[in-house]
Design a protein around this ligand. Structure first.
Ligand SMILES: Nc1nc2c(c(=O)[nH]1)N[C@H]1C(S)=C(S)[C@@H](COP(=O)(O)OP(=O)(O)OC[C@H]3O[C@@H](n4cnc5c(N)ncnc54)[C@H](O)[C@@H]3O)O[C@H]1N2
Ligand code: MOO
Ligand code: MG
Length: 628
């Protein structure tokens, strides 16, 4: 094939996109024009972008940018004219900036037809069918390959005042090439289309995700399978903000932090003592060195100890030239203001020296994107002298309780009613995860109130958490309404507590939010949150969260356990008389007994295959608290 230059037409006004610069709209993480560039680059010797505004932003894509030479947004032919005038090859391939799916063999197939038919221009076309099923050929005039020799005809056409692409085509010899995949020429004209494309790529249907499991039985789902479907279904939210270092605590780092400096910046002493060249140490006799001065931390010295000399140095003091070893002062065999004596085998050459960059090396990542920032990380960023860090935006989570029997604090407790405790445990767990919280209170068990609440929640939050109404009770409208407002599955999970769970995505008025419909029982709410919602929310936050840390310890008692389901029993981990760790459970394990959670300091995780636990058997526990 002859050499081809490609030309991306991004000079339009994008009237259907509200006049935003279409080629620069983000799509799957890149500007639209960058997708077109990626598709064209392998098909051409060079790529140029034709744009009439935001030239610098297009330039940032790493290819030359040319503005129309005709003034006033005169359409694609004006772009083509500019392209042909500046084209370094005999052939110019054009494509619009909003066609991220264009064919990988566009250039080759247009070229073949151009050659075969001896044409000036080859244009792509597809077969379309109308409502009656009749087919017709649909040309895509902006996807064309044109010979530079057609420029005079184009100049003449434009000079006549005409601007239509198909009009000009009638004045030259055109070859039409039929492509079978009409989708490949799909362009994205409106912001709504762009959003829809984004979503369909990023958001598969829940059934498609669930169907990836080897076996999917929503009525008997292993914990691991449910966790997997949830993990594969939820996507991180977008949005980065720069915050002052202290405000970054418990936030998720949005970009790698690259160390701008070496920490420490110099080789320095790890001890208060005497710095010298270690090669002088004698193996079988005392080494005596003359003290020629002092190096304090923060005050590098110009002293250069020669043979038989040393420098008194403080911890953190920069190592003087030629020194690689420090004798801690308390290890000196003899010491005066002017000399120090070191007995054999007190220190080895190289001891007590800290290397430049040994903590953090300049130019290397000090912290990785996705890290949940802990106190040590704040200190680490501070040690680099950085005042701000980029973090993911906070996740917004809306939640409410359902059930006619629920009362809020401050209300009298009518007969048969209970105070709503789930909103408080949920508040606590979400707060600790660092979410922005929208507490929507108690919602009555009627379809209209539930639907209104779900829609409001969906429209204002990234995730919605409800409690209650997901089992089989007569007054539970929750499931019906959830199913109507979104793509939601209802599971019975092989676990206890927390057997029923609703999971999916709600949609309302163009907004969407993930839904976790947790069971109503107060312990079940917490267990389902910890083992399903928590991981999903961390993933949405963009966090690279470590897997749950299970600790294997001895059971101090026999524990009843049914095989075939995972049981999360509430435990108290303590030290036995012999100092080893053992765990016992907190009395009744009923899923309405919240006291069992409050008294516990850990949860036993007894897997599906496990039967009764005998005293002395080893079991897995997960701790509620670590170091803060
Ligand atoms: N026939 C069956 N009955 C039940 C099954 C079953 O499989 N078959 N599953 C049981 C399990 S397991 C659970 S868990 C619960 C879950 O029920 P729901 O999600 O429908 O929850 P509710 O019926 O609304 O409430 C259950 C229970 O929890 C109390 N509750 C609810 N919300 C709160 C709150 N915010 N604060 C305090 N307490 C709350 C509520 O009063 C009920 O006592 O279903 C079993 N039944
Ligand atoms: O499993 Mo239910 O969730 O026992 O309380
Ligand atoms: Mg119920």
């Amino acid at each position: 094939m002859e050499s081809i230059s490609a030309f991306i037409l991004a000079g339009g006004r994008a009237t259907r996109m509200g006049r935003v610069d279409k080629g620069l709209q983000p799509f799957r993480g890149l500007p639209l024009a960058a997708h077109v560039l990626q598709r064209l680059a392998p098909q051409a010797a060079s790529v140029t972008i034709n744009a009439n505004r935001n030239l610098a932003a297009y330039g940032a894509l790493g290819v030359p940018v040319l503005q129309d030479e005709l003034q006033g947004y005169e359409g694609p032919l004006a772009g083509l004219q500019t392209g042909l005038r500046h084209c370094a090859t005999d052939l110019l391939l054009t494509a619009p900036c909003d066609s991220p799916f264009l064919p990988a063999d566009l250039a080759q197939r247009l070229y073949d037809a151009l050659q075969a038919q001896g044409a000036d221009l080859a244009v792509a076309a597809t077969l379309d069918s109308d409502d009656s099923g009749a087919t017709h050929t649909q040309p895509h005039p902006v996807f064309c390959l044109v010979r530079k020799s057609a420029l005079p005809a184009l100049e003449a056409y434009l000079a006549s005042g005409a601007r239509r692409m198909d009009g000009w085509y009638r004045s030259i010899k055109v070859a039409q090439v039929l492509f079978s995949d009409a989708n490949a020429f799909r362009n994205i004209n409106t912001l709504a289309e762009l959003q829809k494309e984004e979503e369909s790529a990023a958001n598969p249907a829940l059934k498609d995700v669930a169907s990836c499991l080897a076996a999917y039985d929503p009525d008997a789902l292993p914990v691991r399978s449910a966790q997997r479907v949830i993990r594969d279904f939820v996507q991180p939210v977008r949005g980065v903000e720069k915050v002052a270092l202290r405000s970054a605590l418990d936030r998720v780092l949005a970009e790698d932090v690259i160390s701008p400096i070496n920490v420490p910046a110099h080789d320095n002493s790890a001890m208060d003592g005497y710095a010298f060249a270690g090669s002088q140490l004698k193996a079988d006799a005392n080494t005596t060195l003359k003290v020629i001065g002092t190096a304090l931390a923060g005050r590098p010295t110009a002293l250069k100890p020669g043979p038989g000399e040393c420098v008194r140095i403080m911890t953190g003091g920069v190592m003087p030239d030629g020194c690689d070893t420090v004798l801690p002062q308390e290890l000196a065999a003899d010491l005066s203001d002017v000399a120090v004596t070191i007995a054999p085998n007190t220190v080895r050459s190289g001891d007590n020296r800290r290397f430049k960059g040994e903590d953090l090396a300049a130019g290397l990542p000090a912290l990785r994107k996705g890290k949940l920032l802990r106190p040590a990380d704040l200190g680490l960023v501070a040690s680099l002298g950085l005042a701000e860090v980029p973090v993911q935006r906070r996740l917004r989570v809306a939640f409410f309780s359902t059930g006619d029997e629920l009362r809020s604090i401050g209300e009298p407790l009518a007969d048969g009613c209970v105070y709503d405790s789930n909103r408080y445990t949920l508040f606590g767990m979400l707060q600790r995860l660092g979410c922005d919280i929208v507490d929507m209170g108690i919602v009555k068990d009627d379809a209209a109130s539930l639907e209104a609440a779900l829609r409001t929640a969906c429209e204002c939050a990234d995730a919605v958490i409800t409690s209650g109404g997901v089992s089989v009770g007569a007054a539970d409208y929750t499931k019906q309404v959830m199913a109507a407002v979104g793509d939601v599955h209802f599971w019975k999970i092989n676990m206890r507590p927390g057997r029923p769970l609703a999971f999916g995505r709600l949609r309302s008025n163009g907004h969407s939010a993930y839904l976790f419909g947790l069971p109503g029982n107060p312990v079940a709410v917490m267990v389902s949150f910890y083992f399903f919602a928590r991981h999903a929310l961390l993933r949405m936050m963009g966090a690279e969260a470590p897997a749950d840390q299970l600790l294997r310890v001895r059971s101090a008692q026999t524990i009843r356990k049914k095989p075939g389901r995972t049981e999360y029993q509430r435990g108290i981990l303590s030290s036995a008389l012999d100092g080893t760790r053992e765990v016992r459970i907190t009395g009744s394990q009923g899923s309405g007994i919240l006291r069992s959670m409050s008294e516990a300091n850990c949860m036993l995780v007894l897997p599906d295959e496990q039967g009764n636990v005998a005293q002395g058997d080893m079991v897995d526990v997960i701790l509620f608290e670590g170091l803060l």
